[in-house]
Design a protein around this ligand. Structure first.
Ligand SMILES: N[C@H](CCC[C@H](N)C(=O)O)C(=O)O
Length: 286
């Protein structure tokens, strides 16, 4: 994590604990503070017994590009830095407004995945323009001879039928008859490190209720099963749509709550709307 050398080095670090439908975050203002975390330190802090406990750490920085209001970085509980976090984007937007780092309701931000536009709305909701779903295997990355709506992925003795897409991070989604009995930990761990996903993958388990409603559980890369996965909800809605099973507006019910996804297909931008909650402020001894 590059040093933000403008702000003075801090001995204690202020943070906010936040969540999007139970997918929880430590959010750090690295504009007025100046913190550096090693991979090992992030792992310690994410531990729910020996640390603060979180699924991801979000680090807010000054914009890398003058066109944007901010840049923010995303670190999974295992310390890996990643490019996208849908629930995190909503909490980021709430955080910068709550902290007075911005006074607009339309916020532009860049991450490793690229640029996003976030909209703070009524009743505490946030809408995120998540960009275009990218089905190109090379961009995911995913080893495949050609682009398919459904891939066959084989393990030693099991065969899986999956959709694969990038929302700025890689997602593999399989349809299951009953979300409550799906082997999320077993299959999630197996597919999550399958050799066809050279950078790993977030694994979604989708139960289709009807063309406008699904239930979803996600075994996240670098965090395990979370109560919600925003980019995973976007991935499931997009895959369900190209497979001809879902409409353009889908309500995604995750264990932690519901998100609304809208995507008009092909080259259109995909939009996700949901809540972002602040829980408490704390400080870390550096
Ligand atoms: N585990 C994900 C990052 C967090 C995604 C999730 N928390 C979300 O809300 O999109 C990955 O390694 O790509």
């Amino acid at each position: 994590m590059p040093q933000n050398n403008k702000a003075p080095k801090t001995a204690t670090l202020q943070f906010s604990k936040m969540h999007g439908l139970g997918n929880d975050f430590v959010v750090i203002d690295n504009i007025t503070q100046n913190a550096y975390f090693s991979k090992e330190r992030i792992q310690q802090l994410s531990d729910r017994n020996f640390g603060i406990g979180f699924d991801q750490m979000l680090v807010v920085e000054p914009p890398y590009d003058p066109e944007q209001d901010f840049h923010y970085r995303i670190f999974n509980a295992d310390g890996s830095e990643v490019s996208q976090c849908g629930n995190g984007a909503r909490c980021f937007a709430r955080f910068v407004k709550n902290k007075g780092l911005i006074n607009k309701n339309k916020i532009t931000v860049s991450t490793k995945a690229g640029k996003m536009i976030l909209y703070l709305e009524r009743e505490g909701l946030v809408t995120v323009n998540m960009g275009r779903p990218n089905f190109s295997p090379a961009d995911i990355p995913f080893k495949a001879n050609k682009k398919e709506n459904t891939y066959i992925i084989r393990d030693q003795e099991q065969t899986f039928f999956c959709g694969v897409v990038s929302m700025g991070n890689p997602h593999c989604v399989l349809e299951v008859p009953d979300i409550d009995t799906a082997d999320v930990d077993g299959i999630g761990a197996l597919l999550g490190q399958h050799e066809r996903f050279p950078e790993g993958v977030n694994v979604g388990f989708m139960q289709i209720i009807n063309r406008k409603q699904i239930k979803l559980r996600v075994f996240e890369r670098g965090a395990g099963e979370t109560l919600a996965c925003g980019s995973g909800a976007c991935a499931a809605a997009a895959i369900g749509q190209i497979q001809g099973k879902l409409d353009q507006e889908v309500e995604v019910e995750l264990p932690g709550g519901k998100l609304k996804i809208k995507w008009q297909g092909s080259d259109a931008m995909l939009k996700m709307t949901g809540p972002a909650e602040h829980v408490y402020d704390g400080q870390i001894q550096l």
